[in-house]
Each structure stands twice: as C-alpha cells, then as structure tokens.
Design a protein around this ligand. Structure first.
Ligand code: GLU
Length: 357
C-alpha cells in the first residue's frame, strides 16, 4: 500500500476565477493568497496551479483577441510573465515567497524529466517557497485541471482542490431551472455522473465541468482525494482538507502496489471521450487480460474520433469497461482496418474499476 503525502495539497484556480477583461482582479488574487496562507498555517504544503496567461496576453496585442493555435500560444507567452509577476507581488504582501514552475504533462510522465521536476518541488517545499504552476502554454495549450490532476498524483498529494465559479457538481443543470441539488460526495466516478456534467460526453465536449471530471478520473485513480469547490471562501482549502461538506468531494481509489503510471492515466483521461467502441466477446477477454484490442474483437464504433483521441471501450450491454487513446480514426475502424489491426494496445487504456493502473 502506497501512502500519500497527506500534507501536500494541489490547489488549481481557473481563468474566470482570477481574470476579468484581461486583468487580474485584485480581490480574487487576495482571496487565493488568503486561502494559501491559511493552508500553510494549518500545516499544509500547498502547490498552486493557476490559469490566466492566455486571457491576459490576448488583450495586449490587437491580433490575438480570439486567436487559436500559434496565436493563442503567443498570447500565453505575453501573458505568462504578467500573470506570474502580479501573483508574486500579492503573495509577497501576504508574507509568502513563490517560485514559478512551467510544465507540460510530458514533464510528469517521462521518468527522466520527472526526477528533475520532483527535485524542484521537494526543494521548494523544504525552503518554504510556494510553487505557482502553469502549463508552458507557449509550447502548446492544453487544460490546467488535467495538468493539476497529473501533478497531484505525481507529488502523491493528499488532496486536489479544483476551484471554479460554481459550488460543485449538481444532480441536474442549475441553468435549466427547477431544483438542482449539489452532490456532496462521490464514491466512484461513472458515465452516469459524467452525463450530469452537461451534454453528451461522447459528443466530445470540452466544457468546464466535463474537463474537471476528466481531471477527477486522473486524480482519484492516482489515489488523490479531489474536491471541486467555489472560489468564494478563503477557508476553502483547509475546509476541504478537513473533509467539511463543501463542493463535491470525490473519493480516491486505494492504490496498491506500484504507484499508478501517469502516462497511462494521461492517455485514458486527458479529455472527455470523443467516441466509443463496443467489444465482441473476444474483446472482453482482451480487455480482461489487458491485451491489445484488435479490430476483429470490436463490433461497432460510435462518434467522430480521430487517431489518438480518447474513447470508451464498452461491453455489448454498453457497460464501460475501459477508456483509452485509440490509434485509428472512426472512419478507419468502420471501413479500413484489417481484422488483426491493434486499435489500442494494453498501455493505451485504463480498465474502469478493475485497474490499479
Ligand atoms: N494555461 C492556460 C492559461 O494560463 C489555461 C488553460 C486552461 O484554462 O486550462 O491561460
């Protein structure tokens, strides 16, 4: 049994909780600083993951307002320093020394890079320096909820808190009217629960709550308790740590034996699924033994997925068996592949429920 580092907590805060019209909102930053300071006073070692670089950078150059791709990366390159500079100053006014760490998921997945990253975090902790992490967006923009989840597993944190502008996951969409009730505790993530996060997950939404649930899969399968909560209260971090009834808390899966492989979790959960393949009985056996799933072992494909996309692997009765990165697009699965083609190999997917991945 691997024991997590209970006092290490990862606190992620999103753009909309910090930035309005391209500017950091001072009182929101202060709230974050207050939350971190309260956490440190309670004996925690917080690692902060912040977004906002792109939103800030976009307003600094006329051509970057709604740019995608390279333009978005340039917006981040402009905004990253401005974001960190402002955060550093406010944290300092709270008596907290910070250091900036820009990461990509690959820094946490690849063993040789990971060793150096771990050394940095360990040294910052022993020196009392609060890490302020963001994705190194100038090299490619992904999602910070997912990065924070990978980081929480990598650091063996006791807790991941995803701060957002809603108070958690609801049993129905609060915007549709009617009475929606907050779900306080989730013992186990399921597709039914994902459906509550809005829209059909198979259609491949990248909406806020769906991405947060992708992050929850990664963190909870890494043995990290995860709480989605509102940013409003500076006591949020300590309250989440104490198990108070705030937001939505996702129970960790117990980790037995070797620590879960971050690369496998990343391949399986880095986005919501873009589609699904249904297994024939021989496919069930392949998944059972964590072997390659071949075209001949699959009956149907659903969704417009591309090679490398995340898909669900379901049984004939639509039970979710596994989730992972498929190597061929939907069109090839339907029409082109030879029967023996491996659509996913064993290291491409995580078996739901069964795997301590
Ligand atoms: N890292 C990006 C930023 O700082 C945001 C990515 C995200 O929102 O998840 O702007």
């Amino acid at each position: 049994m691997v024991t997590p580092d209970e006092d290490r907590v990862v606190l992620k805060i999103g753009t909309t909780s910090l930035v309005t019209d391209g500017r950091l909102e001072p009182e929101k930053v202060e709230r974050l600083c207050a939350a971190v300071r309260l956490g440190i006073r309670a004996g925690l070692a917080p690692v902060v993951v912040t977004s906002g670089a792109i939103a800030i950078g976009r307003t600094r150059h006329a051509a970057l307002g709604d740019a995608n791709g390279a333009g978005q990366q340039v917006a981040a390159a402009i905004g990253q320093g401005l974001l960190y500079g402002a955060l550093q100053e406010t944290f300092a006014s709270y008596g907290l020394e910070t250091g900036q760490v820009l990461l990509t998921p690959y820094d946490l997945i690849e063993a040789d890079r990971g060793e150096r990253v771990r050394a940095t975090f360990d040294e910052m902790r022993s020196l009392g320096v609060v890490p302020i992490v963001n994705e190194n967006d100038a090299l490619g923009v992904r999602n910070n909820d997912v990065l924070a989840a990978l980081l929480s597993g990598f650091l063996r944190a006791g807790l991941l808190v995803l701060l957002t502008n809603v108070p958690g996951l609801y049993d129905r969409d609060p915007q549709l009217g009617g009475k929606a009730t907050r779900i306080g505790k989730v013992a186990e993530l399921t597709p039914q629960l994902e459906a509550l996060a809005g829209g059909t997950v198979v259609a491949g939404g990248t909406g806020g709550m769906q991405m947060k649930l992708s992050a929850c899969w990664i963190a909870t399968y890494s043995g990290v308790r995860t709480v989605i909560a509102d940013t409003a209260d500076p006591a949020v971090l300590v309250a989440a740590r104490e198990g108070a009834d705030i937001g939505t808390a996702f129970a960790p899966r117990p980790v037995r034996g070797a620590w879960p492989d971050a690369g496998r979790l990343w391949r399986a959960f880095r986005t919501p699924p873009r589609g699904a393949v249904t297994c024939a009985p021989a496919g069930l056996m392949a998944i059972e033994h964590r072997q390659a799933l071949r075209r001949i072992q699959v009956t149907t494909a659903r969704g417009q997925f591309h090679a490398g996309d995340v898909v669900d692997i379901t049984g004939p009765d639509a039970t979710l068996l596994a989730r992972g990165s498929i190597r061929y697009p939907a069109s090839a699965v339907e029409f082109g592949c030879e029967p023996g083609t491996a659509l996913l190999v064993g290291s491409d997917y995580v078996r739901i429920r069964r795997d301590a991945p």
